[in-house]
Ligand binder design. Sequence first.
Ligand code: NOJ
Length: 742
Amino acid sequence: MKNNEIHNLLNKLSVKDKIYQLIQLSGQFYQQDDELVTGPQQKLGIAAEAIKNAGSVLNIRGAQELINLQKRNLENSEHAIPMLFMADIINGYETIFPIPLGLGATWNPGLVKEAAAVSAHEAAVSGMHITFSPMVDLVRDPRWGRVMESTGEDSFLNGVFAQAFVEGYQGDMNPDKTIVACVKHFAGYGAPEGGREYNTVDMSERTFREYYLPAYKAALDAGAKMMMTSFNTVDGIPATANEWLNRSVLRDEWKFDGLLISDYAAVKELVDHGVAQDDKEAAALALKAGVDIDMMTSVYANNLESLVAEDEELSALLDEAVLRVLKLKNELGLFENPFRGADAEAEKRVVFSDEHRALAKQVAQESLVLLKNQNELLPLGDSVGKIALIGPYADTKSLSGMWSFSSRKEETTTLKEAFLEVFPEDELFVSSGCPMIEADFLKDSFGSYHAAESTQFDEKKELAEALAYAQEANVVVMAVGEHYLQSGEGGSRAKLTLPEVQQKLIQAIKELGKPIVGVVFSGRPLDLRIELQQFDALIEAWYPGTEGARAIVDTLTGKVNPSGRLSMSFPYEVGQVPVHYNEFSTGRPYEGSGHSKRFTSRYIDAPNKPLFPFGYGLSYADFEYSDLQLSGTQLTAESSITVSITVKNVGKYTGKETVQLYIRDLVGSVVRPVKELKGLKQVSIMTGEATTVSFELSEEMLRFHRADMLYASELGEFQVMVGRNSENLLTGSFTLAAKVES
Ligand code: NOJ
């Protein structure tokens, strides 16, 4: 459809028709063939007519189902405007990749782009148009359960991944293979006070702009066509009612002309926040703030008609919002082909194909982070002999995390199954040893999930079996971790330890004195202080998805050499949180201050440093860094400096190393971080070989929000650091000058 035809269509619509385009309801409203489901309708207080004509539907899946629904919609609605189908496709559709925090740990944006393209392909043939992904919220507080949906604590790295996701999902917008990316949650959702879900966010504009906003911007620069508001406040005003955020920043400064949707029920929650007296005021505030679609409330549906009758300004805003909805429908080609990629035959072929599963395995392999490997216990050699595989993750299909609603759980390989593909049955002894989590915990914390998650468990018998197996074995592999419902939305925790039942199991096994390899599954950085002592080797496995178990076995056996690196610091203990690598210089730093230790910035009962820093991860190879060279010592706006370093593999295995570049601005008009990631390069190096890795430094990399709030650099001295992780670095220095002095 041409642009002017869209305007013509808009002009033909009544106010009611326009409002319908701004309503989004969930799939449960449309599940019966002809009748509307009355239960949810009553709960939401929305008219049947509005449901029938709603412009978009969320979380409904399947090619034939969506073709039928679209047909019904086109037949029943006066203007035959196609519906948009959106869904949470977070780390895969049916082929499940590692959770986003695991994707972040690959430090491999090219691979993440491929994974997103696979998810898009599966979703497109299954009839979906838009995914509520990527979530690019910067996270520094692992108490918040949704850190599992983020790629981590660094704005540069998050920006790189944001771009990869968007390019992967949207590609060339081929209707059969791609979907639109809806970036979320705008903005600052990753910084709730105390790490408590849905809680207040409050920070300075400088911090907001410097660290939190860049990844959203990167996603839009990559072409993302849609954005979702967040539940939290931004400077005291909920994001969903925040004109400064959604109009001044998003539309005026950033020139975003795509669609803005509220998060689930966020428009109505303006009343609960106490910024709107009632639903009518909430509708006015959200529309004024630039929210186009109201997700899952009746607030727009029941109030916009009277509002626009009373206020001309709102009437113009209504048109603007509807136009954006129609434009996106047009960009997706829905007026010409309302079914777009939906194709029941292709769905059978494409979804969960062998090729997709192979990629899921590769991504899972690259997401695993080796945190400890004492005495080179790993990889397990051919002569390892008897293995005891112990723990609640030894034989479970729950390996995909909270957001994998459409995963094929039954076809997910368990660790036990993956072990049996490699090791003889008579040398493998498998026992869960204890339940995943205390039964009482389930009851209190998992709400309606509780019944589905409870299992009958004979604790004494399982423990006795586990101990007997471990006693028999040459090595024990302990598969432990959080319950998958302990992270994700609504999964905030005040403690970051493993469930107590598992801690007891580990201690009991430890007392047998056998070498132990720990494989930890979690949706967040955990406090693994104690386990670090108990385990001889330790792998962080996140929730690795459909093929994760095979990836883990490949890694344990050395078929694959681990290359994952943490994109979020693992705290020493919860009291340190938030702990992140790019902290500011304080007036009394712990190291290098003239004050006595007592009066420096530190804890008297815990270290300042995290247990594992940002960028950390071991390999079966061993890399040595040397010879940091700068091609010059003066940088200007017109010139660059090449930084190079030699990396040598001095270990016994070929391995992939992630070389990391950090910069420190020594003196600024505002306090600057002690280091900031500015680049990364992955290199594969054969044993005994060395390679030179180089980066180009440019003035652009030195910009920040200065005291005058300008985003620009300041002349002066800088340090450049290159190395294995944020704490293991070689340092050089250079000057940013107005012009090169001879
Ligand atoms: C609420 C979540 O915050 C958001 O991330 C998700 O996309 C929506 N629900 C829709 O399911």
